[in-house]
Each structure stands twice: as C-alpha cells, then as structure tokens.
Design a protein around this ligand. Structure first.
Ligand SMILES: [Zn+2]
Length: 163
C-alpha cells in the first residue's frame, strides 16, 4: 500500500539524515577539540524498548545540568583513542607564542584561523626582511658604515677598560 511505501521512505531518509548528522558532529566537534567546541554527549539508542531510561531521561538530565550551570553526571564523548597520538605531548608554537598539549590539539591548532593569521603575518615580515638585507649587501657604503661602527665600539670598549 501507499502508506507502507511512505513509511519505508521516511525511515530511509531519516536514517540517511542521522548518518549525515553523526558525521558532521564527528568532524566538526569530536575531531577538533578546543575551548570553542561544546561537549558532545552520547546516548544508547539501539534498544527502543528502553527509550525512556536510556535516551529520554539521560538527555533531560544533561540539559538540566546545562541550564543549572553544573557538569552532568555522564562524561562527554571523545574520539576513539588513537594509539599513535600522544594526548600529553607538548608543542610550542613559536608563531603564536602558545603551548599546545596533545597531538590532536596541535593538529587542530596548525589549521586554526588564528595560527594561519600569524603565519601570514610572519611570511610578510620575512619577505620584507629578505628585501632589506639584499639592498644592504648591494650598497658598499653600508659595509663601510658597519665597519666604522664596529671600530668605534671597539674604541669605546678600550676606553671603558682603561678607565
Ligand atoms: Zn600557532
């Protein structure tokens, strides 16, 4: 019947939508942890006969805790632990002047907007610095000046040591 076909189609698109949502949450939140990413909570939804105690009640509990401003009884979800990555590794970002702890956090940091902004800034400065040193080495007067400065500094030092 048409009703049966309709129900089946609805189930199918809902399943597809749920898979898409899970993928989005995984990519957007779980694989890029950081201070601006909200905690994600998992609920056991496989048994429909336990809907009330395993889905509805825990979900309401989490929302209630959020509203009241304290931590829920259950822990937020984390990406399955990867053996090769180190959660406590130290990375110093010279560009941003920040210490990042954890390999995944580090991977997220070097792709972050703030880091890329610093990177662009540094690149601009570097290209400026290269240009100025090039123009300095071309002009012979600059070398002379440098030598003079150096010798005068030596004189100063000699003066100081003689005093
Ligand atoms: Zn950085």
């Amino acid at each position: 019947t048409f009703q049966k076909i309709g129900i089946e189609a609805l189930k199918q698109v809902t399943k597809r939508y749920a898979r898409k949502q899970n993928r989005w949450v995984k990519n957007r939140f779980l694989s890029r942890p950081g201070p601006s990413v909200p905690p994600v909570y998992g609920l056991e939804v496989s048994d429909i006969s336990k809907w009330k105690e395993s889905v509805l009640e825990p979900a309401l509990d989490i929302v209630q805790s959020f509203i009241q401003g304290h931590k829920p009884a259950v822990a937020p979800m984390k990406m399955p632990f990867n053996e090769t990555e180190n959660k406590r590794s130290y990375h110093m970002c010279d560009l941003c002047g920040r210490i990042i702890i954890g390999d995944r956090e580090w991977a997220a940091h070097i792709k972050s907007k703030s880091h890329l902004h610093q990177l662009n800034k540094r690149r601009r400065l570097d290209s400026d610095a290269v240009n100025t040193t090039e123009s300095q080495s071309i002009s012979p007067d600059c070398d002379k000046e440098l030598k003079e400065k150096r010798s005068s500094r030596q004189n100063d030092e000699e003066l100081i040591s003689s005093i």
